[in-house]
Write a protein that binds this ligand. Structure first.
Ligand code: ZN
Length: 136
């Protein structure tokens, strides 16, 4: 754990390390099943659709839409004094493929459900946090 950015960082495990370090080359990766082709997130030992354990970290577009969100106004640390947006983003690759993230690069009041967003990584310690900003 580190709070250099004011954010709590995830604990890396053999299962999730690819996801939290994927941004090192600027690409978001999500677990995909080689047997049925379905994406799944968060990383799991077996596919949620067909229970195959033949899974791989697959690069995705990094594009999606805001599925839902809330604005946090609680200063959880001395570096998190401004309101910020916690959102669930649905990735473009597959309906229902969603991840929990923050929306950055715009005022919280400008965020809306369905807003097109793209990934941007925040490098902190040994992780690259996948955050999302408005896209054109
Ligand atoms: Zn599968």
């Amino acid at each position: 754990m580190s709070d250099a950015s004011g954010r709590m960082l995830p604990a890396l495990t053999p299962l999730n390390e690819f996801f939290w370090t994927s941004g090192a080359d600027g690409r978001l990766r999500v677990q995909r099943c080689r047997a049925c082709g379905r994406f799944g997130h968060p990383p799991a030992p077996v596919c949620r659709s067909c229970f195959s354990s033949d899974l791989e970290a697959t690069p995705v577009s990094g594009r999606g839409r805001v599925y839902t969100f809330t604005v946090n106004r609680q200063a959880w640390s001395e570096r998190l004094t401004d309101p910020y947006v916690i959102a669930i983003v649905e990735l473009a690759e597959q309906p229902g493929l969603r991840l929990l993230t923050d929306i950055v690069g715009c005022a919280p009041a400008d965020v809306h459900v369905g807003m097109p967003v793209e990934v941007v990584f925040e490098h902190d310690d040994d992780v690259y946090l996948p955050l999302f900003r408005p896209s054109a």
